[in-house]
Design a protein around this ligand. Structure first.
Ligand code: NAP
Length: 286
């Protein structure tokens, strides 16, 4: 199968390329941060998207590219919508033109966090600009593609040159720095490699619809940080519990945006990993 992966310079895109089967052909794209394996494709440029997709003719597009800085999105509203919403529309139209499937990577932030442990058919209520623009991407996808899937993830982590929450914690604890971590934000931390495996499974089983491809936990950030310390044999005493009201964050965060991952198990026979399983895998991989 031939895959075209946007966001190839980002965490998930790069991990997808790393774990792909040797039988598959992978084309990875970037926007402003080229790597030796990526080609340029600015998803906000409709003509460029069409040209690149028509030339490469993938069977499946995995659309990971996004403006992912949640707080920056609050300041750069137009750019957030241009990338997360219009960019997804451009990818969906280009996929449809060549009869390709498109899998859009979305987020637990489409939910407001009041209920927690959300299923795919729960009602969305995105709170901030990042969340709203990513949800708008879901709307555009459904409008312009007839062969789509949505893979929602939560707090992505894994080895990558740019820090993510987990690699930041590892670096801080290795440097003997104490860190304050909130106890009142709950989600389903997702190992990028495991989300990637789930996404390839959706493609191979040719599924349509929404799937929660997140970690198999409902866990608060402080407890997750403790698990990181355990998996990497680091000093847990450096981790102090705190609460969100002590931090000024521009964008609103859902209180509990944890995701129920039963649907992918039931329909695809694919069980998402718990964070203990994933962190052990991550620790053994570097
Ligand atoms: N990170 C999380 O905790 C999290 C949580 C829930 C959902 N998600 C979703 O998961 C997906 C992957 O996230 P990630 O953390 O792997 O992302 P990331 O590491 O922040 O990388 C973002 C990627 O998007 C690309 N991009 C940005 N603007 C672009 C444009 N105009 N045209 C083309 N590419 C553009 C970047 O390319 P350049 O660097 O080359 O410009 C980069 O490759 C995203 O859709 C995100 O919304 C992430």
């Amino acid at each position: 199968m031939k895959f075209f992966i946007t966001g190839g310079s980002g965490l998930l895109g790069e991990r997808l390329a790393t774990i792909a089967s040797n039988d598959d052909e992978i084309v990875l794209s970037h926007n402003s941060n080229p790597t030796k394996n990526t080609i340029k494709c600015d998803i906000t440029d409709k003509n460029e998207v069409e040209k690149v997709i028509n030339k490469n003719k993938p069977d499946t597009i995995v659309h990971c590219a996004a403006m992912t800085d949640v707080d920056l999105c609050e300041d750069e509203i137009d750019i957030a919508y241009r990338i997360n919403s219009d960019g997804t529309r451009n990818m969906a139209q280009a996929a449809e033109n060549i009869g390709a499937k498109i899998i859009y990577v979305s987020t637990d932030f489409v939910f407001d966090g009041d209920k927690g442990y959300y299923s795919e058919d729960d009602e969305v209520n995105p709170l901030g600009i990042y969340a709203k623009s990513k949800y708008d991407g879901e709307v555009q996808l459904k409008k312009y593609s007839t062969n789509w899937a949505i893979a929602r993830v939560s707090v992505l982590y894994g080895w990558h040159k740019k820090a993510n929450f987990t690699t930041w914690v590892i670096n801080q604890l290795r440097s003997n720095n104490s860190i304050n971590i909130v106890t009142d934000q709950i989600n389903s931390p997702t190992y990028a490699d495991n989300a990637g495996e789930a996404i390839f499974e959706i493609a191979k089983q040719d599924k349509n619809g929404i799937y929660h491809t997140a970690g198999n936990d409902r866990i608060n950030r402080f407890d997750f940080t403790q698990k990181i310390a355990e998996a990497f044999n680091l000093n847990k005493d450096l981790i102090n519990p705190t609460t969100s009201d002590k931090f000024i964050q521009k964008a609103p965060r859902p209180r509990d945006s944890s995701l129920n991952v039963n649907k992918i198990k039931k329909e695809l026979g694919f069980t998402m990993e718990t964070c203990s399983e994933s962190l052990e895998r991550m620790a053994n991989c570097k």
